[in-house]
Ligand binder design. Structure first.
Ligand code: FAD
Ligand code: FES
Length: 338
């Protein structure tokens, strides 16, 4: 049987065409054709290769239900999407997020590892100079790197919290999960001077800077790192679009520190901030509820269509998609699932 034709349409309207056998999946066929799309696991669990089929029949292979946080029947994971017809697929990102080369793998050294707020650590790495890639840390705010535990094959994705820089500095905010492989290595063994392999940058959770809509960022816990990077970028360029941040936590102690909020406000004076706590103590006078509930309340006051940048677990993203569908104002959700 001859290969079918797949056309990927990027958010900024570019069309990328390549053949794909019915036995193959769209992600692998794209890579064979030299288009490297945002993806990580290649096995239907991370959710990073999500897209939407605009035309043509397809079959989805086995995947984790949590990897697709929408009930939209046309939503697919490209690493599990087998064409049964010529396919047209809308990608939720611009052409610049589709690479023409494999994601770079580089060596880095731990510069510092310090406690951050409630149960998290701040990890700073410095990239080692590389004859091909140089020593700068080049990435788009919102992207992540995959870090490998030294001496193992265990890799985990962590979002960059800082801004691109010439010095090769990569900053991460990592929540420690008791019993987790990377968490245990960080808590018990990692120390400044250790070398580790990093792969990246990757990911399509990046700002759509061409959009003129107001922006609302929604995150909680470790979902804050890419949002911090995006907000710092907007502050650096003195962006003037209306911008709101909703940060959700279970308890007050897990909230973003006040000093961090003030630093963000100093560079982005128009920034509105809602701190939402779902199980607050008796003295709490802020929003009581989850981050999606705080978003729903905030959207009730918004008259325009909003670009919502959401980063967090599948349940949070599902709740946000449901709120946006129900509101029916054409809001757009740009999401990263952790
Ligand atoms: C694109 C992307 C970006 C991300 N960015 C960030 C970020 O910026 N910051 C961040 O903190 N995280 C981030 N994550 C999550 C991160 O990749 C890891 O999944 C997370 O840190 C857990 O890794 P781990 O190796 O410590 O736990 P894993 O070994 O993967 O374990 C996962 C869970 O299982 C539990 N577990 C593991 N072993 C046991 C056991 N023996 N018994 C009981 N329970 C167990 C752990 O408690 C943990 O909750 C991101 C994920 C993605 C996909
Ligand atoms: S690459 Fe992870 S779900 Fe497709």
């Amino acid at each position: 049987m001859s290969a079918l034709e797949v056309t990927l349409v990027t958010r900024d309207g570019e069309r990328l065409q390549f053949p794909c056998a019915a036995t193959d999946n769209v992600l692998r066929a794209a890579e064979t054709a030299g288009y490297f799309l945002p993806a990580m696991c290649h096995e239907g669990t991370c959710g990073l290769c999500h897209a939407r089929v605009a035309a043509g029949a397809f079959e989805m292979g086995a995947h984790s239900p949590s990897a697709l946080s929408t009930k939209d029947a046309a939503a697919v994971l490209l690493c599990r999407c087998h064409p049964r017809d010529n396919l047209t697929v809308d990608l939720p990102y611009n052409r610049s997020q589709v690479l023409r080369h494999r994601v770079p793998v580089r060596e880095a050294v731990i510069e510092s590892l310090t406690p951050a707020w409630h149960g998290a650590v701040s990890l700073s790495l410095r990239l080692q100079p590389d004859p091909e890639t140089g020593s700068a840390a080049e990435f788009s705010p919102g992207q992540f790197m995959e870090l490998t535990i030294p001496g193992t094959e265990i890799r985990r994705a962590y979002s960059l919290a800082n801004l691109p820089n010439w010095e090769g500095r990569l900053d991460f905010l990592i929540r420690l999960h008791p019993g987790g492989a990377f968490s245990t290595w960080l808590a018990e063994q990692a120390k400044p001077g250790d070398k580790l392999t990093v792969r990246g940058p990757s990911g399509a959770f990046v700002l759509d800077e061409l959009s003129a809509r107001p922006r609302c960022f929604v995150g909680g816990g470790c979902g804050l790192a890419p949002i911090l990077s995006m907000l710092r970028h907007l502050g650096e360029f003195q962006d003037s679009q209306p911008t709101h941040l909703i940060f959700g936590a279970n308890r007050e102690a897990e909230l973003l520190p006040e000093q961090e909020v003030e630093t963000l406000r100093a560079s982005l004076p128009q920034l509105g901030v809602t701190l939402a706590v779902s199980q607050p103590g008796s003295g709490w006078d802020g929003f009581t509820g989850t981050a999606p509930a705080a978003l729903e309340a905030w959207l009730a006051e918004a008259t325009e269509a909003i670009d919502i940048y959401a980063c967090g677990p599948p349940k949070m993203l599902e709740a946000i998609n449901a709120i946006v569908d129900q509101r029916g104002r054409g809001d757009r959700v740009i999401a990263e699932q952790l």
